[in-house]
Design a protein around this ligand. Structure first.
Ligand code: NAD
Length: 274
C-alpha cells in the first residue's frame, strides 16, 4: 500500500481516458486523491489518429478503482467552455473544489501530407492552448475563493521549449506554438495565483509511445522529414514511459513541490539540453 500522501485531495485531469492522462489519474488515486477525469471520447476530423473512446474512459475508471480510488468520469471537449463548466460542476458536487489540476488533453496533427495547414494550426491551438486556458480559467477562481491553496500542472512538451523538428507545416508550427503558449499561461497565472498559495508549473515531456505518436501518419512524417530523426534524446532512452511523467506530476503536486511555482520542468532524457 502506497503512502496516502494525497488523501483528502481532489484532482481534475483532462485527457484522462488513456495514455499519460490515465497514468496520472491512477498514480494520483493510488496516493489517495479523488479524481475527476474529463475526456472528449470522440474524434476530431483533422486529427490523423483516433482519439480516446468511452471504453477507454471506462478503463481509466476501472484502473483507478482497482487501486482503491474514487473517480467521476465525464465526456467533454476542453474547447467548449460549457463542457468544462459541466465537468467542474460534477467535480464540485461529487468531491468539492479541485486541489490539483492536470491540464493534459492534447492533439498532434503531424502527418505525411498535410491537407490544410491553417486548419491544422488552428485546431491544434484550440485544443492545446485554448483548451488549457478554458480548464484553468474555470477552476483557478474557485481555488482562489476557497483560499486553501492548490497545485496546477500544465502538460506542455519539449516543443514548448525548442523549435526542433520545425518543418513549416501548420501542424508542427501549431503544436510548437501551443506548447510554448502554455508556458505563457503558466507564467502569467503564476503571478496572480502565488499570493493565494496556488502553484502552477509546466512539464515538458520528450516522446512517450502513446496513441498520439504510435500511428502510421507519424511514421510518414518522419519518413518525409529526415531531420526529424536527429531529434533523439541525449540519454540512450528512445522514449519515456507515461509513469515517468506521472512521477514528475507527483513531485510537483505533493509536499515535495510545496515551494515550487512558475517553473518549466523538462522530463526529457536530455532532449532540450542537447
Ligand atoms: N506522446 C508524446 O510523445 C508527448 C510528448 C510530449 C508531450 N505530450 C503531451 O502529453 C499530453 C498527453 O498526450 P498522450 O501522449 O497521452 O496522448 P493521447 O492521445 O493518448 O492522450 C491525449 C488525450 O487527450 C484527449 N483529448 C484530445 N482532445 C481533447 C479535447 N478537445 N477535449 C478533451 N480531451 C481531449 C484524447 O482523447 C486522449 O485521451 C498531451 O498534451 C500531449 O501533447 C505528449
Amino acid at each position: 500500500m502506497e503512502q496516502q500522501s494525497l488523501a483528502g485531495k481532489v484532482a481534475f485531469i483532462t485527457g484522462a481516458a488513456r495514455g499519460q492522462g490515465r497514468s496520472h489519474a491512477v498514480e494520483l488515486a493510488r496516493r489517495g486523491a479523488r479524481i475527476l477525469a474529463l475526456d472528449i471520447c470522440d474524434d476530431i476530423a483533422s486529427v490523423p489518429y483516433a482519439l480516446a473512446t468511452k471504453s477507454d474512459l471506462d478503463q481509466t475508471v476501472a484502473e483507478v478503482e482497482a487501486v482503491g480510488g474514487e473517480i467521476v468520469a465525464v465526456k467533454g471537449d476542453v474547447r467548449e467552455t460549457a463542457d468544462v463548466a459541466a465537468a467542474v460542476d460534477r467535480c464540485v458536487e461529487a468531491f468539492g473544489v479541485p486541489d490539483i489540476v492536470v491540464a493534459n488533453a492534447g492533439i498532434n496533427l503531424q502527418r505525411g501530407q498535410e491537407p490544410d495547414a491553417q486548419v491544422a494550426f488552428i485546431d491544434t491551438i484550440m485544443v492545446n492552448l485554448v483548451g488549457v486556458w478554458n480548464t484553468v480559467h474555470a477552476i483557478a477562481p474557485l481555488m482562489v475563493e476557497r483560499d486553501q491553496g492548490g497545485s496546477i500542472v500544465l502538460i506542455s512538451s519539449t516543443n514548448g521549449l525548442t523549435g526542433r523538428g520545425g518543418d513549416g507545416s501548420g501542424a508542427v508550427t501549431g503544436y510548437t506554438a501551443s506548447k510554448h503558449g502554455v508556458v505563457g499561461i503558466m507564467r502569467s497565472l503564476m503571478i496572480w495565483l502565488a499570493p493565494h498559495g496556488i502553484r502552477i508549473n509546466t512539464i515538458h515531456p520528450a516522446g512517450v509511445p502513446t496513441a498520439m505518436v504510435s500511428h502510421a501518419e507519424m511514421q510518414a512524417w518522419f519518413a518525409g522529414n529526415p531531420a526529424g530523426h536527429t531529434m533523439g534524446n541525449a540519454m540512450p532512452v528512445p522514449m519515456l514511459d507515461p509513469i515517468d511523467i506521472s512521477r514528475a506530476v507527483l513531485y510537483l503536486v505533493e509536499e515535495s513541490g510545496r515551494h515550487i511555482t512558475g517553473i518549466t520542468l523538462p522530463v526529457d532524457a536530455g532532449f532540450t539540453g542537447k
